[in-house]
Design a protein around this ligand. Sequence first.
Ligand SMILES: [Zn+2]
Length: 328
Amino acid sequence: MSENTAPMPDFTRWPSFPFEGDMRVKKLAAPVDVEPPRSGEDATDCVACGTPDDAYIWVSERWRVRAMDRPTGLPMVLILECRSHLDLGDLPNLLAAELGVMTVRLERAIRSLDGVARVHVNRWGDGSAHLHMWFLARPYGRLQLRGTFLSLWDDILPVIPEAQWRENLALVAAWLADFGGKANAEPAHIQWESPSTFSVPTATTVDTEPDDSRRPATLGDVEAAKAPPTENPENPDTAEQPIAQQPSPTAASPEAPTTEDQGGVRPSGAKSAASDHRSDLGTEVSPAADPESQYRSERRFPEAPAPDPGNPANSGQAPVQSTLPGSL
Ligand SMILES: [Zn+2]
């Protein structure tokens, strides 16, 4: 199929592309007839389901937020999970609606941190079956990191100081707890010794066979766990021309709140602090339908286009139903 003589795609010439020098396109592996199960495909075996609340920075009745096991290169990388053992397409309406609220709330919380210009929200899901949404913070002023390569830069940048990282975790947890749930400022599972144990380059990890039962410690680990056969299946959004789209370096200015924000006054720029976000979407929602149904949908998430994080038009605005619980 694709031969090594294939021309390098345009994105390799984008300023945000992290690598330079001679490169060539990998040979495309043959597709498999049957894909292997993802980690935790069976709920009894699911790492997320088996992880106690104290391993999360914030928990509520139906949602939990966790951090990496140690600081990484970006100011903040967090994962939002539902408690129920469900994948994105399996969510009942209540959880689907709450996912929207939680996504907006967590984005605001992270964007309120000092030094954060933007928060990219991603759902990949080739590694673990249990829904987990990624929130990646781009450092303010780092224009070179704009766009879809941010997840790669997370493994390239110098690791942020532990103290700053912990403080950021506590701030985000506290922000979320303002709406309900419980903040764990000191997540119990974080027992790493030193950031220096963190190896910077990860290019080779992509080729390693994933240990599916392992909880990914960093975004890079997750990428490795997914071990997709193609070069860059997670960032198919070639539509995002990183430089062209975000002319203003001003922190968080372009995404003006929309009416769907229900009056949420977003912290313009960074730190608008706790007073603003209270107008967010109310407290953690109503009681609800039991989301614990274990039904698993067939996996129909090919290597295909994850929602384009740079294009709001097709990223998560889908049909959040009008059956939003009143307390949302
Ligand atoms: Zn699970």
